[in-house]
Design a protein around this ligand. Structure first.
Ligand code: HEM
Ligand code: HEM
Length: 182
C-alpha cells in the first residue's frame, strides 16, 4: 500500500537523537560516579545537569509534538501495532519527565543543590519532607531506568522489525541517512 512520503521534521530529528545520546550519557555518568576512586562529585554534577537538559528537551519536544501532529505510521500496519508503538512513545515521554523530576525533587527535599554544568547554582524546588521524602523519590528514580530499558528494547526491536521484516520506511523517517525504499 502507498505510504505518505514524509519524515520527521529536522527539529524532531534533532530532539530525538540529542535525547537518545543524553540518555546514554546519563547511564555512563552514573556508572562513572559509582566506580570506586572516581571523581564522584564531577560525574554526579554532570549527571544532574544532563538530566535537567533532558527534562527541558522533553518539554520542548512535547510542545513541538502538540503543535505539529504526528506523521502517520504506514497505512497497512495492523492497528494493534500502531497502538503499541504509540503507547511505547507516550511511556517514553512519561519516563523522560519523571526521571529528572524525581532526581531534582529528591535533591530539593534535602536541600542538596548542584551547579548546572558548573556554571550557576541550579534552583531547588520548594519541597519539604527531608530524608524520608528524598528516599522515597530516589526509590522511584532507581526503579524507573528499568522501565526505560524495557521501552528501549521494545523500541529498537520495533525499529529493526520495520527495517528488516516489514521492509518499510519507518527507520528512514528517523535516520534519513538510511536510503528511502521506493
Ligand atoms: C533512549 C533512547 C531513545 C528514546 C528515549 C526514544 C524515544 C522515541 C520517541 C518518544 C519517539 C516518538 C516520537 C513521536 O512523538 O512521534 C521515537 C520515535 C522513533 N524512534 Fe526512538 N528513541 C530512542 C532511541 C532510538 C533508537 C536507538 C532508534 C533506532 C534503532 C530509534 C528509532 C526510532 C524511530 C524509527 C522512530 C519513529 C517511529 C515512527 O515513525 O512513529 N529510537 N523515539
Ligand atoms: C533522564 C534523566 C535521568 C536518568 C536517565 C537518570 C538515571 C539514573 C540512574 C540509572 C541512576 C542509578 C540508579 C541505581 O543506582 O540503581 C541514577 C541515580 C541518581 N540520579 Fe539520576 N537520572 C536522571 C536524572 C537525574 C537528575 C535530574 C538528578 C538530580 C538533579 C539525578 C540524581 C541522581 C542521584 C542523586 C542518583 C543516586 C546516585 C547514587 O547514589 O549513586 N538524576 N540516575
Amino acid at each position: 500500500m502507498a505510504e505518505p512520503r514524509n519524515r520527521y521534521s529536522t527539529v524532531s530529528l534533532v530532539l530525538h537523537w540529542a535525547t537518545a545520546a543524553l540518555v546514554l550519557a546519563q547511564i555512563l555518568l552514573i556508572t562513572a560516579a559509582e566506580t570506586e576512586g572516581s571523581n564522584r562529585a564531577l560525574w554526579m554534577m554532570l549527571h544532574k545537569s544532563g538530566g535537567i537538559t533532558i527534562l527541558v528537551l522533553t518539554l520542548a519536544r512535547i510542545g513541538w509534538r502538540i503543535a505539529n501532529p504526528a506523521i502517520p505510521l504506514p497505512g497497512d500496519l495492523p492497528r494493534w501495532q500502531k497502538l503499541f508503538a504509540r503507547a511505547t512513545h507516550v511511556l517514553f515521554y512519561v519516563v523522560l519527565l519523571a526521571l529528572p523530576l524525581t532526581g531534582w525533587l529528591a535533591g530539593s527535599a534535602v536541600g542538596r543543590g548542584f551547579d548546572y554544568y558548573g556554571l550557576f547554582p541550579f534552583p531547588l524546588l520548594p519541597v519539604g519532607g527531608g530524608r524520608e521524602t528524598a528516599g522515597l523519590l530516589m526509590d522511584i528514580h532507581r526503579a524507573l531506568p528499568k522501565l526505560l530499558y524495557v521501552l528501549l528494547a521494545l523500541h529498537v526491536i520495533g525499529a529493526l522489525k520495520h527495517q528488516f521484516v516489514d521492509r518499510d520506511n519507518v527507520l528512514h523517517r528517523m535516520i534519513p541517512l538510511i536510503p528511502r525504499r521506493p
